[in-house]
Design a protein around this ligand. Structure first.
Ligand code: PRP
Ligand code: URA
Length: 209
């Protein structure tokens, strides 16, 4: 398992815009999807390719095509805010959905929905949620995928901001899953929010508060 913080200047610039309380819903959505697209470039660098013969206008040569197919699995709701950006780079990926929200008192994950592609076990799976706070939601979603047969080595977890507490929980529960994040923040506040973070990501994406 690896924890990869993607310290790219474009990502850090856009993440700072997302953190700002001044950023409105439209800009928030746009920048989140742009970051998701940039992160996908990095997170897919381990995908296998196979060789095939291609004819250019000048000669025949050996080229490459992607050997592995991908399923993107957003954790509802906020994970939806990164899907369009990921699909920009992986337009043939299938999309599954896992609905889990965090109980505001206990911070425990509460399950409410799941629909996955039939052939998900033949694909690399990118589980996506912008916020890895206590780690409860991510651990729950990956448990669910493992119960239907997915292997840790085929799962990548992609988030925007991660708290060290959430990273530890994910590492302890699913040690074979690679974590890609745009930033590891300081920690959690007394309400379980990532600090300094960017607030409630779902509410900021959907304008619900
Ligand atoms: C947020 C976020 C994660 C979860 C992270 O979702 O999108 O799913 O909290 O917290 P955790 O690591 O402590 O589990 P939320 O419960 O606010 O639901 P929403 O996406 O529907 O707004
Ligand atoms: N969920 C969010 O949306 N933000 C946090 O900081 C923690 C959990």
């Amino acid at each position: 398992m690896a924890v990869i913080e993607i310290n790219h200047p474009l990502i850090q610039h856009k993440l700072t815009l997302l953190r700002s309380i001044e950023t409105d819903t439209k800009s928030f959505r746009e920048n989140l999807n742009e970051i998701a697209k940039l992160m996908t470039y990095e997170a897919t660098k381990g995908l296998k390719v196979e060789e095939y013969e291609v004819t250019t206008p000048l000669m025949r040569m050996t080229g490459y095509t992607l050997q592995e197919k991908v399923a993107v699995v957003p954790i509802l709701r906020a994970g939806l805010g990164m899907v369009a950006g990921i699909l920009d780079l992986l337009p043939t990926a299938k999309v599954g959905h896992i609905g889990v929200y965090r109980n505001e008192e206990t911070l425990e994950p509460v399950y409410y929905y799941c629909k996955l592609p039939d052939d998900i076990l033949t694909r690399k799976i990118i589980v996506v949620d912008p916020m890895l706070a206590t780690g409860g939601s991510a651990v729950y979603a990956i448990n669910y995928l493992k119960e239907v047969g997915a292997k840790e080595k085929d799962i990548i977890f992609m988030c925007l901001v991660a708290a060290p507490e959430g990273i530890s929980k994910l590492l302890n529960n699913h040690p074979g899953v690679d974590i890609y994040t745009a930033k590891i923040d300081q920690g959690l506040n007394d309400k379980g929010y990532i600090y300094p973070g960017l607030g409630d990501c779902g509410d900021r994406i959907f304008g619900t508060k």
